[in-house]
Design a protein around this ligand. Structure first.
Ligand SMILES: Nc1ncnc2c1ncn2[C@@H]1O[C@H](COP(=O)(O)OP(=O)(O)OP(=O)(O)O)[C@@H](O)[C@H]1O
Ligand SMILES: [Mg+2]
Length: 285
């Protein structure tokens, strides 16, 4: 069990994440939604210890993650692999080497830089690429791949860390609908087959509903919804996205990865079904 207990992160006086408590059982697929600035990225970055909590406790089993240092902290960061919107590959290195870089936390940097990846690691990297259906790109420069292919390389690199958890910060926000589906399908497949916990920030409601068994809605640093997709009704959507009772405060310019179009009519309709079908995205998110 992974636990956040009353976790707060302040930038100056501003609480970007404010007293958040969440328990995540191993193997869950969790989507975090909320408008821009709600604290989604800060929350993920605290889990991975890219930023430290100002207050509160982060625990994995018996381990107090928030106080790990040195090698123990590096081990933790290996255990929870991060995936980013912009893929974060080394564009001028070939795909295989990019994937092998996922092993950096398993060995000394010096050896890795000397191109000393073992035969086993190379086989493992090819297998990871095959798993993601992109083994044919192994020797191409990463920067020449499509966005969807690059994100799959990033997932293959994450798998090389043999993580317990994958933290994905808007992994499909830069992708067209087809590639977005391929990447989300890959994350779901890894979650289901390997039992790796996936916690992903998503900017579209419809993606969270389609892929995540649990949705956490954040607003102004706080968790304002935590439940399965079927409980995410119109009132919950308003609590998360800050709309008034008539939906008027929502900027509904929709840039959904699956469907494009305005959803204001649907938001104003209290019919649960129509809201649940709405691919709500906030402009600029
Ligand atoms: N490095 C920083 N320094 C100061 N304030 C920051 C920093 N990073 C984030 N913030 C602030 O913390 C709050 C939460 O930001 P965060 O990036 O976590 O939101 P988010 O939900 O991921 O938003 P988005 O959907 O735009 O990615 C915002 O008010 C943001 O301005
Ligand atoms: Mg963010």
């Amino acid at each position: 069990m992974f636990r956040l207990i009353n976790v707060t992160h302040r930038f100056g006086g501003h609480a970007a994440v404010n007293a958040v408590s969440i328990d995540i059982p191993q193997g869950q697929m969790v989507g975090i939604i909320g408008r821009s600035g709600a604290g989604k990225s800060t929350l993920l970055r605290m889990i991975n210890r890219l930023v430290d909590p100002s207050e509160g406790s982060i625990r994995f089993g018996d381990i107090e993650v928030s106080s790990l240092r040195g090698a123990a902290l590096r081990n933790w960061q290996r255990d929870c692999a991060m995936i980013f919107q912009q893929f974060n590959l080394v564009p001028r290195l070939d795909v295989l080497t990019n994937v092998l870089l996922g092993r950096l936390n398993h060995r000394s940097t010096a050896l890795s830089l000397l191109n000393m990846f073992s035969r086993e690691e190379r086989i493992m990297a090819i297998a990871a690429l095959e798993r993601l259906g992109i083994e044919q790109t192994a020797l191409q420069m990463a920067g020449t791949l499509s966005g969807g292919q690059q994100q799959r390389v990033a997932i293959a690199r994450a798998l090389m860390q043999q993580p317990k958890m994958i933290l994905a910060d808007e992994p499909i926000a830069s992708l067209d609908p087809l590639n977005a589906k391929v990447v989300m399908d890959a994350l779901r497949d890894i979650n289901e087959r390997e039992g790796i916990t996936v916690v992903t920030n998503l900017h579209t409601l419809d993606t969270a509903r389609n892929y995540c068994e649990r949705i956490i809605g954040m607003s102004a640093g706080r968790v304002v919804f935590d439940g399965p997709p079927r409980e995410l009704d119109a009132a919950a959507v308003r609590a998360i996205y800050g709309a008034g009772a008539d939906g008027s405060e929502i900027d509904e310019t929709v840039t959904s990865t699956s469907i494009r179009g305005a959803v204001s009519a649907q938001l104003q309709d209290n019919n649960r079904e129509s809201v649940s079908a709405a691919p709500l995205v906030l402009a600029g998110v």
